[in-house]
Ligand binder design. Structure first.
Ligand SMILES: [Zn+2]
Length: 266
């Protein structure tokens, strides 16, 4: 599943290529046809990502909300619709402006909602480390949400109401970097340690937005690590931990795969 950094990249693409243009939208597959009519031909006035959700706001006060889920995918073309590749497969929505076009396939959510609907969704979402927050209040919200729960930190990080945008890769890598066992109850973790995890998350996800790839090893950033070696524990079960040599563990945890080092993450 795409994690928050990739949705922010999509929001940035819409902002740079589609903002202030009238966007033609239609549904080759048909499933989005009636909602598409509500915003097609309107001017795009806002493109925002919160965690894994994309909000495209139009000049008639309606918003297109998209959540890719597990199978959703975007294809962007640097040509108008008239020159875009012929539609293949199930394209839920095709978007076009003067010089650009794109296709959306397989999203879990693709719906047009009003401002009240946007507010309802936003209220459910926890703070997003990628949305600028000069006052630091978002970090404190995250800390309060984790500390008020007995849920293990490995579950809290995946809960979009606690923090928006983290998926399995960032969860595994952030907890390794923090030296924290994923099963530690949130209420037992110090505020300082949670603030450090938040800051680390901001740092890693910003790199993700910039590079378009999840990089979590500091030595990678100086170009010394191969792409195939870019994670500490994610998908490295049975291989020696990069720090202590003990075998990385893979467990089924709340219906998702959990990777960690039982020695480094106490
Ligand atoms: Zn280790």
């Amino acid at each position: 599943m795409p994690e928050g950094h990739s949705i922010h990249r999509v929001a940035n693409t819409f902002e740079s290529d589609y903002l202030n243009s009238k966007v033609k939208i239609f549904s080759p597959q048909g499933r989005f046809e009636s909602d598409a009519k509500l915003v097609s031909g309107r001017k795009l006035v806002q493109s925002t990502a919160i965690g894994k959700q994309l909000f495209l706001g139009f000049d008639n006060e309606l918003t297109l909300r998209i959540h890719l889920g597990i199978y959703g995918k975007w294809n962007f073309y640097n040509v108008p619709v008239s020159k875009a590749p012929e539609v293949w497969g199930a394209v839920r929505a095709r978007f076009g402006v003067t010089n650009f076009s794109c296709d959306l396939r397989g999203p879990t959510v693709c719906e047009v909602i009003d401002q009240e609907g946007v507010n309802l969704v936003r209220k459910r979402l926890g703070p997003d480390p990628l949305n600028p927050d000069p006052t630091g209040s978002e970090a404190l919200k995250f800390v309060a949400k984790v500390k008020s729960s007995r849920a293990p930190i490995g579950a809290a990080l995946m809960n979009q109401a606690v923090i928006s945008g983290i998926g399995n890769v960032y969860r595994a890598e952030l907890l390794f970097r923090a030296g924290l066992n994923p099963k530690t109850p949130g209420e037992k973790i110090s505020e300082d340690q949670l603030l450090a995890i938040w800051d680390d998350c901001v740092k890693l996800m910003r790199i993700g937005v910039k590079k378009g790839i999840m990089l979590t090893r500091d030595d990678y950033l100086t170009g010394r690590v191969l792409l195939a070696d870019r994670y500490f524990v994610y998908k490295r079960e049975g291989l020696p931990c990069r720090v202590c040599n003990k075998k990385v563990v893979l467990e089924e945890f709340l219906a998702r795969k959990l990777y960690y080092c039982s020695k480094c993450q106490k």
